[in-house]
Write a protein that binds this ligand. Structure first.
Ligand SMILES: NC(=O)c1ccc[n+]([C@@H]2O[C@H](COP(=O)([O-])OP(=O)(O)OC[C@H]3O[C@@H](n4cnc5c(N)ncnc54)[C@H](OP(=O)(O)O)[C@@H]3O)[C@@H](O)[C@H]2O)c1
Length: 316
């Protein structure tokens, strides 16, 4: 019988949790085994994990009793929510709080909660620089996560807080890659307000989480922002251009213009980028690539990520 400790991984079929599961699998001599938590144990992704020898257990953050069953007997739990599936800050908060409570009920030793800043600590609701969204949020997909940190501190098993950065994978999957400009050149358009952007390969978020589980409960109560590189818009465009063998120009889109683009989440993302610019160096200090590399020695730089992924960036 295995003497290894079980890490129950929410989001195991997704980017962050998947990166953690693969990190656990890769460390064959390591102290952990992964348990993949999914709402759909019969899905292709879940069956692929089972095929790798991972225990797959049903669990749904909208169904708290299912979490009790999913976390039972685990030594560690990785908690992540997917705001973008429903875009409701209230629902995301309820899901995260349910996970927090279930970890304590299960008697788990170490939890990693994938959170983000509650931007309202810096930008109160009456600050007109950022429009208020969903009634009481400035950056809904940040605030709803950050607001639940208190629940983790008070009602979860011992928790370490992990803060991800902008995934470079957004250039592939989230429609943020370069577009053709008026003269046929490629244009990378993001609203950065002249600020630098901490970014990371989504796979590396889970690998950093693995580094935290390896460090153990000494990190409990601490916050770890993770990033692979911190780059300006023109620096990202130049690197992307070199990787593509094409000229890529950076267009720093005004925040109001971006918020008005009309795609789902444009207002939330516009506020997010503006918040990052408003926080400036403080936002960057919270996501230190060197500290991230100490958790995950394989952490990719943007150049390394481009080297592996440039062919997947869709060019219109
Ligand atoms: N994109 C970015 O640049 C970025 C940067 C920082 C943070 N984030 C945050 O990352 C989060 C998403 O993480 P991700 O990128 O790893 O997600 P993802 O790749 O889109 O996958 C979502 C995962 O969440 C699971 N899930 C969703 N709803 C669930 C529920 N009710 N109960 C149990 N599991 C559920 C899904 O599992 P099943 O479908 O198998 O059940 C799936 O594994 C978002 O909240 C976002 O705000 C994104």
């Amino acid at each position: 019988m295995s003497e290894k400790k079980v890490i129950a991984v929410v989001g195991a079929t997704g980017a962050q949790g998947g990166g953690l599961v693969r990190a656990i699998l890769a460390d064959r001599e390591g102290p952990f085994v992964a348990r993949a938590i999914t709402r759909k144990p019969d899905s292709e992704k879940a069956r692929a994990l089972a095929g790798l020898g991972v225990e797959v257990v049903a669990g749904d953050a909208d169904d708290p009793p299912s979490l009790d069953r999913a976390f039972a007997g685990a030594s560690g739990v990785f908690c992540v929510t997917n705001f973008w599936e429903h875009s409701s800050a209230e629902r995301e908060g309820a899901q995260a709080a349910a996970m927090a409570r279930a970890t304590r009920k299960a008697g788990v030793q170490h939890v990693i909660w994938s959170t983000l800043e509650d931007t309202r600590e810096w930008v109160p609701l009456d600050d007109g620089r950022l429009p208020t969204l969903q009634g009481k949020y400035k950056v809904p997909h940040f605030d709803s996560k950050g607001a639940v940190d208190r629940v983790f501190a008070e009602e979860a098993a011992p928790t370490t807080y992990l803060l991800a950065s902008f995934y470079w994978d957004n250039f592939i999957f989230f429609g943020m890659g370069p577009r053709k400009g008026p003269e046929g050149e490629l244009v990378l358009a993001l609203p950065l307000g002249g600020a630098k952007l901490p970014g990371i390969a989504s796979e590396d978020v889970g690998k950093c989480a693995y580094g935290l589980f390896r460090r153990g409960t000494g990190t409990v109560g601490q916050r770890f922002g993770v990033a692979g590189d911190i780059l300006s818009g023109p620096e990202m465009a130049a690197k992307m251009g070199r990787a593509l063998g094409r000229n890529v120009r950076f267009d720093d889109v005004p925040f109001d213009v971006y918020r008005g683009l009309g795609f789902p989440g444009a207002d939330d993302l516009g506020n997010m980028f503006q918040f990052q610019a408003m926080l400036g160096d403080e936002f960057l200090r919270r996501r230190d690539p060197e500290r991230s590399r100490s958790l995950n020695p394989e952490l990719l730089s943007f150049d390394a990520w481009l080297g592996a992924n440039v062919g997947r960036i869709p060019i219109d």
